[in-house]
Design a protein around this ligand. Structure first.
Ligand code: SAM
Length: 281
């Protein structure tokens, strides 16, 4: 029996196509008191990505997106740079062939490469490397490897911009996520299962420092707010599983308020979003 919901199918190919209009949509980001689509909002993308690329004051640029998914971020950045008279060559490296097929179809101007980013051997190729919501798929050891890969890929003076989600209390957040993953059994959690390490901003800053980057800056973005309903919407779960998730939220909410937000009797698990920028010397 095919037990995928269409929502999860969509998610596998492209996060950017999730509906952020509904109250509980998976892609909704709370930012400065507003609800925006965390994957496609153009002002948000300009503020955290494009503006800093414009500041490099180059007329021609090579930009590489690591784990670029369907390419929506590269496409938006490319168009915003174009509007400023900056020409950018866009390359999306991802190890998910479905996402790259979608990228080829939706954005034929973006070059794609099917590859595990850890095995990239390119050197001094990119003016800018971006990576959004991919770092949480790597263990601590692999993050160090990935930092080296990015450092090698960048030209001297090149810019790295990374965005990733994390919970305020790394250990408990990890516990909550692990519990949720075990309640929602089945193949449809495979993408979520790969998300293994949501780390705090200072960890990433240290990683950048140790890897030889300079001019390191971090900045907080919005917050993803996941109620128990969003898990139920996204996955096929039965009444018992649904109750288990409600109880899990309640248990952890009582244990630590740090990770949650409560409004009109609904408890939301907060995934903060952080940005880091750094340069290769
Ligand atoms: C949550 S999605 C984000 C997609 C895209 N960056 C965006 O923000 O729209 C994470 C992406 O990272 C990719 N990814 C995860 N691990 C990877 C690896 N080792 N090598 C290449 N891509 C990877 C996945 O295939 C997926 O497309």
């Amino acid at each position: 029996m095919n037990n995928f919901k269409s929502y999860e199918r969509k998610l596998r190919a492209s996060y950017s196509e999730l509906d952020a209009k509904t109250e509980d949509g998976w892609a909704i980001l709370e930012y400065k008191g507003k609800k925006i689509n965390g994957y496609t909002d153009k002002d948000y993308i300009y503020h955290f990505f494009t503006k800093h690329i414009v500041d490099l004051q180059k007329k021609d640029l090579d930009i590489v997106d690591l784990g670029g998914g369907d390419g929506v971020l590269l496409d938006i950045i490319g168009k915003q740079l174009d509007a400023k008279g900056i020409k950018a060559t866009l390359l999306n490296i991802d190890n998910n062939s479905n996402s790259l097929l979608l990228c080829n179809k939706k954005f034929p101007h973006i070059k794609t490469k099917l590859q595990n980013v850890l095995s990239i051997t390119n050197r001094n190729q990119a003016d800018v490397v971006i990576s959004r919501f991919s770092f949480q798929y790597f263990s601590k050891a692999n993050q160090i490897k990935l930092m080296r890969v990015i450092h090698n890929t960048l030209k001297s003076g090149g810019l790295l911009i990374a965005e990733w989600p994390y919970g305020n209390d790394e250990k408990i957040f990890h516990e909550v996520m692990t519990n949720i993953k075990s309640i929602i059994s089945g193949e449809e959690v495979s993408d979520l299962k790969k998300s293994i390490y949501n780390f705090l901003p200072n960890h990433f800053k240290d990683l950048l420092k140790k890897s030889g980057y300079v001019g390191i800056k971090k900045e907080l973005g919005g917050v993803f707010m996941h109620s128990t309903k969003s898990w139920k919407d996204r996955f096929n779960i039965n009444e018992n599983q649904s109750r288990e998730i409600d109880l899990l939220y309640l248990k952890y909410f009582l244990k630590t308020k740090k990770l949650f937000f409560r409004q009109k009797n609904i408890i939301y698990l907060k995934s903060h979003v952080c940005f880091a920028r750094a340069f290769k010397k």
